[in-house]
Design a protein around this ligand. Structure first.
Ligand code: SAM
Length: 288
């Protein structure tokens, strides 16, 4: 426990898929003026330097955000990718990408005056960095930070007062039990707030729990008669390599616009981010 630091992975292909999807979800939910409550159950540090510290050790951004930004400078990209890149650029004033915003910063920057953001983080060092980073933002008063186990605390925040809510669940899965905790947390959340939008990120691994996750989510969605969307992005297929080569998002109650946006963006992400053979995407949905 607590060996995971997201700074090692900031700006990776997995962050791109997650944050591109997240921005679309928020912007769709904000089409109506009613207040939106957003919950980020696994926040991390909020924003990461790509030019010093952990990120320079792993260099995951080299094959992630830096590749995508370079591709977008040379070739046309989808409106969704352009929008995503503009959110990353917004944290970098001189046109170069030095900093990568994590989900708390992306969500914080999207807050309208009527919206709220709830962040959970358990890591003893990450929580201090998160508090400091969020404290620098003008939206800080709209943001609550909890040093609590979000898997057990999420249900206590649901349903939000306006009944319009988005929950991002992005565990590190460093503990194999996270898969089980996630399932319980989603089941409990759906019982209290079945109309909420839930976005679950997961690593695509050969591990049994990871392979079973989408089907488990589909079962929960079906038992509440809710729609879902499932997407995966694989940038390479090199079974002997240990680095993460694919990740997925499972969305319960997705906006109808999401599938079209991803259908436009995923083929471009494959072109921009593919490493060697085996890059591919998956995009499936079910309407209840
Ligand atoms: N969502 C972030 C982003 O996109 O920028 C990245 C989050 S990182 C994958 C997962 C974080 O969850 C880690 O910082 C870890 O310390 C934290 N964490 C792990 N278990 C947790 C729990 N039960 N409750 C709250 N936070 C937890």
């Amino acid at each position: 426990m607590f060996s995971y630091r997201h700074a090692f992975h900031a700006g990776s292909h997995a962050d791109i898929l997650k944050h591109l999807t997240l921005i679309h979800l928020v912007e769709y939910l904000q089409e109506k003026p009613v207040a939106l409550t957003m919950v980020d159950t696994h926040a991390g540090a909020g924003i990461y330097s790509l030019t010093d510290g952990f990120a320079t050790v792993s260099k995951e951004a080299d094959n992630g955000i830096y590749r995508l930004a370079k591709y977008a400078a040379e070739y046309p990209v989808s409106a969704g990718i352009e929008n995503y890149l503009s959110h990353i650029q917004a944290e970098n004033i001189d046109g170069e990408i030095h900093a990568y915003p994590g989900s708390p910063f992306i969500l914080a920057r999207l807050l309208r005056p009527q919206d709220r953001l709830k962040l959970f983080e358990l890591h003893p060092k990450e929580i201090d960095i998160l508090r400091h980073n969020i404290g620098e933002l003008k939206q800080a008063k709209q943001i609550d930070i909890y040093k609590e186990d979000s898997f057990t605390r999420l249900k206590g925040l649901l349903p939000p007062p306006s009944r319009r809510g988005l929950v991002l669940i992005d565990p590190s899965y460093e503990d194999k039990q996270d898969y089980r905790y996630l399932e319980t947390a989603i089941e409990e959340a759906m019982q209290r707030f079945p109309t909420g939008c839930y976005a679950i990120w997961y690593p695509v691994l050969s591990r049994r729990e990871s392979a079973a996750l989408p089907d488990r989510m589909k079962k929960i969605a079906a038992s509440h008669k809710r729609s879902w969307l499932h997407t995966e992005l694989r940038v390479e297929n090199a079974p002997k390599e240990r680095r993460l080569q694919a990740s997925g998002m499972f969305i319960i109650n997705p906006p109808w616009t999401l599938e079209k946006q991803l259908a436009e963006s995923l083929p471009i992400l494959i072109k921009a981010l593919s490493q060697g053979h085996g890059a591919q995407f998956l995009l499936k949905s079910f309407e209840a």
